[in-house]
Design a protein around this ligand. Sequence first.
Ligand SMILES: [Zn+2]
Ligand SMILES: [Zn+2]
Length: 91
Amino acid sequence: MVSVLAIILVSGIQVALGVIVGWVLGQRTRQLPALEQPRPVCGCTHHYSMHDPKTGECQVAVGDGECACVRYTGPVPLTEYYAPDITGSGQ
Ligand SMILES: [Zn+2]
Ligand SMILES: [Zn+2]
């Protein structure tokens, strides 16, 4: 029964290939940065949270006054994107 042996052999190779491919993919995904968010830091070197959400001005105290930054220019954290208020408090 050569054909049975062949089937067993082929299926064995397929399983081996699957394991190898899975391992390679695992290695590859492990090397990629897992959807790492960029640090939410402004061009003025201050953190996103230090900027006023409405005016965008930086509120970090620098020397005698505040930071001269008037608008946050760094990456915005994904969690800061919020859906419109559907409870309809206004209007
Ligand atoms: Zn800033
Ligand atoms: Zn600043």
